[in-house]
Design a protein around this ligand. Structure first.
Ligand SMILES: NC(=O)c1ccc[n+]([C@@H]2O[C@H](COP(=O)([O-])OP(=O)(O)OC[C@H]3O[C@@H](n4cnc5c(N)ncnc54)[C@H](OP(=O)(O)O)[C@@H]3O)[C@@H](O)[C@H]2O)c1
Length: 315
């Protein structure tokens, strides 16, 4: 990337709207080498929340590169529709549907036990609830879906990932996380007035904090762990959960495929990107932009202790 291009890219990023919208994607994609067709042949990828939006687009992108793809969904009909779409777009694609509710530890355990092997794990499933709800395990829903489910699933799949020659894990976070500090003192959002968008952004911040922690935990197994944000993409999730935002911005929104680009790139590019970082549009980005969101080592440790004990991970 040339010096001038780097500066323009960074300016677009800090101004948010140009960087997160399709303008940013179109500006940056000019400098990108194409991913090679067939580069994921023989590799097996698991994508959560793959029935719609960015998850479905990620599964399609991985299948286009030759990966065998497992669509993890909680709605079988959406899964079947996504599988049929991918099969139509990529003749010969191997696509499997598995039911799993990321917010349920029992469901995650059942799924992880049923999987024979994998090379790529994409934690894409996401939710933005209107009201505070708790899961059957007694955890706040966004915390369970964005943090506890992915944490438990990754750890249960660790031996299978470790058996891969180039294992990679991608956490699909959000640029909204920049507005939040790591709420290690109240991870379940029990204090104060609950706002779904705040809960969403707090748990997306936690996903970014997880990347270096998991990267370190799995370093001896060679498992790369990457967090990223897709910018703003036009998906059923955005239209349904943020109708006002969707109405205002829809002409500037990326397609789901554009939102999925960096996920697919992190899974496929060689050599593997440095583990533990936060990415957007194929470039590592800062994890903090506001002076109010910085975190102490104690907060990171408290977050890790709470989350790992909530899902019963061994130290
Ligand atoms: N679109 C954007 O602009 C944007 C921006 C920043 C970050 N993101 C992130 O990108 C990811 C995908 O979002 P999207 O925009 O593509 O929205 P979406 O279309 O609503 O996709 C989210 C998917 O997650 C699934 N899901 C939710 N809870 C689940 C659970 N407990 N177990 C299994 N699957 C579950 C949903 O399944 P159901 O259909 O059954 O509900 C849905 O298929 C999310 O993590 C989101 O935070 C998106």
């Amino acid at each position: 990337m040339s010096g001038l291009f780097r500066v323009l890219d960074t300016v677009a990023d800090r101004l948010v709207v140009p960087g997160y919208s399709k303008l940013g994607f179109q500006l940056r994609r000019r400098g990108w080498p194409p991913l090679l067709p067939g580069s994921l042949r023989g590799r097996k990828a698991v994508v959560t929340g793959a029935g719609t939006g960015i998850g479905k687009a990620t599964a399609l992108g991985l299948a286009r590169l030759g990966a065998e793809v497992v669509l993890v969904v909680r709605d079988e009909r959406k899964g079947a529709a996504a599988r049929d779409e991918i099969a139509a777009a990529v003749p010969g694609a191997v696509v499997e549907i598995r039911l799993c509710d990321l917010s349920s530890s029992e469901s995650v355990r059942r799924f992880a036990a049923s999987l024979d092997r994998l090379d790529i794990l994409v934690h894409n499933a996401g939710v933005l609830p209107q009201e505070r709800t708790e899961t059957e395990d007694g955890h706040e829903l966004t915390f369970a879906t964005h943090v506890l489910g992915p944490l438990l699933m990754t750890d249960l799949l660790r031996p299978k990932l470790a058996a891969s020659s180039d294992p990679r894990v991608v956490l699909v976070s959000s640029g909204g996380m920049y507005t939040q500090r790591l709420h290690a003192d109240d991870p379940e959002y029990r204090e104060g007035d609950y706002r779904g968008a705040t809960a969403y952004a707090r748990t997306k911040r936690m996903q970014v904090a997880l990347a270096p922690l998991l990267s370190e935990r799995y370093a001896q197994d060679g498992i790369g762990v990457h967090a990223m944000h897709p910018g703003w993409a036009d998906t059923p999730g955005v239209a349904g959960s943020l109708p006002g935002f969707h109405r205002l911005t829809r002409t500037f929104l990326r397609t789901a495929e554009e939102g999925a680009d960096t996920v697919v790139w992190l899974a496929a590019t060689t050599p593997a990107p440095r583990s533990g970082q936060f990415w957007h549009d194929r470039r590592a980005r800062p994890t903090h932009l506001l002076p109010t969101t910085g975190e102490t080592p104690e907060a990171i440790d408290a977050f890790w202790q709470y989350s790992t004990s909530a899902v019963g991970l061994l130290p």
